[in-house]
Structures are given as structure tokens and as C-alpha cells.
Design a protein around this ligand. Structure first.
Ligand code: FES
Length: 130
């Protein structure tokens, strides 16, 4: 593996950028969360489908940088099979670590990914409330 530095994307991030996973929309999603970072203008939406308590599908729409693309692409794999309680505990650091880290100036992209996940969970709570 190439040595890491604090400026360039690592190979895992580059692989997600070249071939992002689970791009698309779930029309009948059980949860949907969006987020934007006004500083950079990146916009993301996450759609989740649950079966029982566990996530069975996750899709994303992204208008943003390579780091948010990689973070969200990896997140769609991380969430599968997890319950809402487990999803609520996923941290920005875990998202960044799932792609072997991000340069310091791009760490806010993992924070945006976590916020979008939290927003999706809130939308599910609203849909499930009486
Ligand atoms: Fe801001 Fe990617 S540069 S979320």
C-alpha cells in the first residue's frame, strides 16, 4: 500500500470515487435524510429500506467532492444489516476509518455523512410515530 500523507486521498478513497456504490434513489424508502455543507456546497441524500429492524438497502444521491462520495459510498455498506439503534452509534471517525482515513482538510466530509445518517434516522422516527 502506498504511504499515507495528510493531503492526498488514499487508494481506498480513490476506489470509491472511481466506482461509488449504491448510487440511486429508493422510491419507497423507510427513511430519508439529506444534508449540505454551506461552506463547500456539497449536498447528499441517503435512502434506507428496513425489513423488520434491520437495514436491507441503502442508496445515495450526491452532489459533492470525492471525500463525501467515498464516505457515503462506504456508509451504504456499513449500514446494511444494522438496526436503527446501531446506526445511531456510528461516528464520523468510524466512517472515515472505513475508507482508511481522510486528509485533515476533508474530515468534515465524514461529519456530513454522519449528519445525513442521523437525519435519515429522525425521518424514520417521524414515519413510525403514531
Ligand atoms: Fe465539504 Fe466534501 S468538501 S463535504
Amino acid at each position: 500500500m502506498a504511504p499515507r500523507d495528510d493531503y492526498h486521498y488514499n487508494e481506498t478513497v480513490l476506489a470509491h470515487i472511481a466506482d461509488p456504490r449504491n448510487i440511486g434513489v429508493i422510491e419507497d424508502a423507510d427513511a430519508e435524510g439529506s444534508g449540505t455543507n454551506p461552506a463547500c456546497g456539497d449536498e447528499v441524500t441517503l435512502y434506507l429500506k428496513f425489513e423488520g429492524e434491520a437495514v436491507t438497502d441503502a442508496r445515495i444521491r450526491i452532489l459533492g467532492c470525492g471525500a463525501i462520495t467515498a464516505a457515503m459510498s462506504s456508509l451504504t455498506d456499513m449500514v446494511r444489516g444494522k438496526t436503527a439503534d446501531e446506526l445511531s452509534e456510528i461516528t464520523a471517525e468510524e466512517i472515515a476509518e472505513s475508507i482508511d482515513g481522510l486528509p485533515t482538510h476533508k474530515r468534515h466530509c465524514a461529519t456530513l455523512a454522519r449528519r445525513v445518517l442521523q437525519n435519515a434516522l429522525k425521518s424514520r422516527n417521524v414515519k413510525n410515530s403514531p
